[in-house]
Design a protein around this ligand. Structure first.
Ligand SMILES: Nc1ncnc2c1ncn2[C@@H]1O[C@H](COP(=O)(O)OP(=O)(O)OP(=O)(O)O)[C@@H](O)[C@H]1O
Length: 198
């Protein structure tokens, strides 16, 4: 006997993605269901970032469409931090932009290992991995069910790996879902349920 239809959080139909006159992705259809972790994998320049941005709604598709059936957080590979603001100020500002309470900001940064000066100095003075940790902290303060994370482990050290792995596992256990990208194999701790090779 089959169970109930899994809850779909994102649906892309016949999606084509282009940069300039170059078509990168042609007629891709995909569905993401609650609890699922999908990996978009491909070499440098394959179109992972362009596709993820299209799924997130920050880039228009060349053809086809994306239905987002849940609220979404997109963490781009550029982190999206204002370099003059601290990690704490950046996350507080992001909460305001997204109409979220900023009461969990300090805790979220602490969970990502950002305490003391790394929390309060201008983010331009942070290391690559610290900036990545600050960007990922958005996932902790947001109730969104859909996480779209471009190269989640880029720049992170081995101590950050279990933090990200635990965040993903807890998110999916609550009925969330995630789409990740990578140009290389991901460690077992963050292994996806499904891979799309681009
Ligand atoms: N600003 C741009 N204008 C025109 N073409 C671009 C631009 N940025 C990227 N491209 C093209 O789009 C293609 C896909 O880029 P994209 O960043 O989506 O790939 P990616 O798979 O995420 O690569 P990487 O692993 O290097 O991050 C690249 O090969 C490049 O030729």
């Amino acid at each position: 006997m089959s169970g109930p239809e899994p809850h779909i959080l994102l649906y892309a139909r016949d999606l084509s993605v282009a940069r300039g006159d170059r078509v990168l992705i042609e007629q891709l259809s995909l569905k993401l269901v609650a609890g699922e972790r999908l990996l978009l994998r491909g070499r440098n320049g394959a179109g992972k970032t362009s596709l993820l941005e299209t799924l997130a709604g920050v880039r228009a598709p060349a053809l086809g469409g994306v239905e987002r059936l849940a609220t979404l957080v997109w963490v781009g590979h550029r982190n999206g931090l204002n370099p003059g603001l601290s990690a704490e100020e950046n996350l507080g500002f992001w909460c305001k932009l997204n109409d979220l309470p900023d009461t969990g900001v300090a805790d979220a940064l602490k969970r990502m290992g950002l305490v003391g000066r790394s929390r309060s100095r201008p983010s331009r003075l942070l290391s690559t991995g610290q900036k990545r940790r600050a960007a990922i902290a958005r996932l902790i303060v947001s109730p969104a069910r859909l996480w779209l994370i471009d190269e989640p482990l880029a720049g992170l050290d081995v101590e950050a790996l279990p933090l990200v792995a635990d965040l993903l596992a807890a998110h999916e256990a609550r009925g969330g879902a995630a789409i990740l990208t990578t140009h290389q194999a991901l460690p077992d701790r963050v292994a996806p349920h499904r891979i799309i090779d681009l």
